[in-house]
Design a binder for this molecule. Structure first.
Ligand code: MRU
Length: 337
């Protein structure tokens, strides 16, 4: 059985997760019951992908109370602040942490804090499983023939529950004989496409071809791509979408060549507090990630750099947003969703 990996699971009161920074060469699993270790894993991208970091955040907050049955608000805030300080852009992290806070605030005097919080963390995980499955089913509707699909970054089971969001659709479409081939952007600088999406498609026996991010326009000029599907880290009420750096240029290229450009994400990725993408905080990461590949330097450390981890695609460039509820079309308005 090739498909024998998991991104994370909660078992015997420990979180077990795959260290994604070592893929595709090494499948190293880490087991921990320390919320601090989970926070570090999110910061270092050992655990990554918007829905997955939300799920991990839920378990981390519960585990903070495993050996500390306290209803101290001060302690909860300390844990909440640590977890939500790890990465700023994916709203799923804050969504999950806020659900944990709601549960904490409703605890009864007699409750075992850890067990009650764990219940909510498990519910978040289950609900994301359900969302991913629905997205992969609904997403079949965007295929009109057997297609060549291009995707960016990693949106599979390493980034979300079940088989993932955009990659979950691609897997389901492949199972329904609707995929010829998947083209994968390598996704500079951390190579989530080359290292993680290729790893997942290889495990799933789905044919793929890798290209560097700058090659997609050439591919589309040759009429080789029928549609593009990507994930999202935060979607504003008007549909503006933050996703992995490079997504915006892909959307612009699709617009130029008239290739449908879809976003797939659970509704936990919609930030109902913001009207447009202008309000999304973009994470900027260290220049070391640009100047080195697997710890080997490819540039000089003292050179200046620009390293946003995400960009914002304006809603009008998005052909459709697929959530577990529906396929939405421009103009988007998620206020009542
Ligand atoms: O920095 P990462 O690897 O966490 O970025 C991940 C992405 O941008 C994904 O496309 C997004 O989180 C959607 S995952 C289903």
């Amino acid at each position: 059985m090739k498909n024998n990996y998991f991104a994370l699971k909660f078992e015997n009161n420990y979180l077990h997760f795959l260290n994604q920074t070592k893929l595709p060469f090494e499948e190293e699993y880490i087991s921990t019951d320390s919320y601090e270790r989970i926070a570090e894993a999110i910061e270092k991208l050992e655990i990554r992908g918007a829905p997955l970091i939300g799920i991990a955040a839920g378990f981390a907050i519960a585990l903070a109370f495993k050996n500390f049955n306290s209803k101290s608000e001060e302690y909860f805030n300390q844990v909440y602040d640590r977890i939500t300080s790890t990465r700023p852009t994916a709203v799923n992290l804050f969504y999950a942490a806020d659900l944990m806070r709601d549960k904490f605030e409703k605890l009864l005097e007699s409750d075992n804090v850890y067990l009650r919080l764990l219940q909510t963390a498990i519910e978040i995980h289950n609900s994301e499983n359900h969302n991913s499955s629905r997205i992969s089913r609904l997403g079949l509707n965007i295929f009109h023939k057997k297609s060549n699909v291009l995707t960016h970054c990693n949106t599979g089971s390493l980034a979300a529950a079940s088989f993932g969001t955009a990659l979950g659709i691609i897997k389901n479409a492949f199972d329904h004989d609707l995929i010829n081939k998947v083209y994968i952007d390598e996704t500079r600088p951390l190579l989530q496409g080359l290292r993680l999406t290729a790893f997942e498609l290889d495990k799933l026996d789905i044919p793929f071809t890798i290209l560097t991010d700058s090659m997609s326009s050439s591919l589309m000029q040759k009429n080789n791509i029928d549609l593009v599907i990507v994930g999202a880290d935060r979607i504003a009420l008007n549909g503006d979408t933050a996703n992995k750096i490079g997504t915006l240029s892909l959307a612009i290229i699709c617009n130029y060549f008239n290739v449908p450009f879809y976003v797939a994400a659970p509704s936990s990725t919609i930030d109902k507090k913001i009207i447009s993408g202008q309000e999304i905080k973009i994470e900027h990461r260290s220049g070391e990630e640009i100047f080195s590949v697997r710890d080997r330097l490819i540039g000089l450390k003292n050179w200046d750099y620009f390293s946003p981890a995400f960009d914002i695609t304006p809603a009008h460039l998005i052909s459709g947003i697929i959530t577990e509820k529906n396929i939405y079309r421009f103009p988007y308005n998620f206020i009542n969703e």
